[in-house]
Ligand binder design. Structure first.
Ligand code: PLP
Ligand code: TYF
Length: 394
């Protein structure tokens, strides 16, 4: 049986992590995988997470199974964090999942059950796991233009032209904030145009929001998702707690499906429960309980928000420092896009050869499409990177 298996494409981001580990140079710089790191290069456990875990150790009386959709307190807290008051709670079906990836997977399976013929539209480029999971599920997929490699901003005209050809019932996957891998994002006015177009085309938006709090702040980063939820009759949202709570390995996420209140929401909730049961029965609970403990306690929530804000502002400062350093050294403003981008990533728009030269000659690791993780830098390495970028001719 197993001899029939075929070699599968590796995850390029995870493969790069291994290359970095194997590099013996002391001054190497890791700007690869999307994990937040502080100035010391550490990914610390957030203070409120530690406190919530301590509280769980002290007070939790059972680890018996939760419900198929996870702990209801987690669902309510996440619906509130992501959607605020954009839609009535009664319009939201929700199920906890193993991470944001699990939410994307369950969302796609939900679509496959409801509309097996639907095409899933993904941005070009997008997070590689999007096309990988869609293909794995045997679903049909198309790309819409997203990034302008000259301006390093969103190619909005190209995006609108491509979305103008979407068929009724197709699904359009959009990054709620902090686009991965480019760092280029739509303005709210552009989101309003996208929403109007999707309404006209009778398409269904599927929002992947994995970096709420990493761009312009917890509320601002959710603004586009809330606009979509309040203006579309139906949509899907996959939210991850990996980055904003720093609980990557706990596998904490949630899928929300927004539908007309009543029978449709009831049916959708039942299907979400069913899909969880088919794939893993009960979703992981520890991370979810950390999140609901923090969001449900005024002091813990305030402390978490303060630490998240430090993380966000630290990355923004590094963006500004890097853009300024490159402005000085190149005598031009062609790298100002780095300060305009938001989230953990920026796509430099460099060639694969230039990315390879950064790695081989300078020990600077970024993904082959020239995506860099800004959190891999600190005040000392910003000038090192700027010098190297110009040295390899970017
Ligand atoms: N979506 C995007 C765009 C991401 O970058 C990530 C990152 O890890 C995820 C979803 C989901 O992450 P996780 O499954 O670790 O919650
Ligand atoms: O894009 C990233 O780097 C993060 C982390 O299979 C990640 O989203 C990378 C690859 C992967 C899962 C998570």
């Amino acid at each position: 049986m197993f001899e029939n298996l075929k070699e599968l494409p590796a995850d390029k981001i995870l493969a790069l992590m291994q290359l970095f580990r194997d590099d013996p140079r002391d001054d190497k710089i890791d700007m690869g995988v999307g994990v937040y790191r502080n100035a010391e290069g550490k990914t610390p456990v957030m203070r409120a997470v530690k406190a919530a875990e301590q509280r769980l150790v002290d007070t939790q009386e059972t680890k018996a199974y939760t419900g198929l959709a996870g702990d209801p307190a987690f669902g309510d807290a996440m619906v509130e964090m992501v959607l605020g008051s954009a839609v009535p709670r009664a319009r939201v079906a929700a199920a906890a999942t193993p991470g944001g990836t699990g939410a994307i997977r369950q969302g796609l399976e939900l679509i496959r059950m409801a509309a097996p013929e639907a095409t899933i539209w993904i941005s070009d480029p997008t997070w590689p796991n999007h096309p990988s999971i869609i293909k794995h599920l045997g679903m049909s997929m198309r790309e819409y233009r997203y990034f302008d490699n000259e301006t390093r901003d969103v190619d909005f005209d190209g995006m609108m032209a491509d979305l103008g050809t979407v068929a009724a019932g197709d699904v359009v996957l959009l990054h709620g904030c902090c686009h991965n891998p480019t760092g280029a994002n739509l303005t709210l006015a552009q989101w309003a145009e996208v929403i109007a177009l999707l309404q006209e085309r009778e398409a269904i938006p599927f929002i992947d929001i994995a970096y709420q709090g990493f761009g312009d702040g917890l509320e601002d980063d959710a603004a586009a998702t809330r606009m979509v939820a309040s203006e579309m009759e139906q949509c899907l949202i996959a939210a991850s707690c990996s980055k904003n709570f720093g609980i990557y390995r706990e596998r904490t996420g949630i899928l929300m499906a927004i539908a007309p209140e009543g029978e449709t929401v009831r049916l959708t909730q039942g299907t979400l429960n069913y899909l969880n049961r088919q794939n893993f029965s009960f979703p992981p609970d520890h991370g979810a309980r950390i999140v609901s403990t923090i969001l449900g306690d005024e002091a813990l929530r305030a402390d978490w928000q303060a630490e998240l804000e430090e993380v966000r502002l630290g990355m923004l400062k590094l963006r500004e420092q890097l853009a300024e350093e490159l402005r000085q050294r190149s005598n031009s403003d062609r790298f100002d896009f780095i300060a305009r981008h938001r989230g953990m990533f920026s796509r430099l728009g460099a060639t694969p050869e230039q990315v390879a030269a950064l790695r081989e000659k300078h020990g600077i690791y970024m993904v082959g499409d020239s995506r860099l993780n800004i959190a891999g830098l600190n005040a000392e390495t910003v000038p090192v990177l700027a010098r190297a970028i110009l040295d390899v001719g970017i």
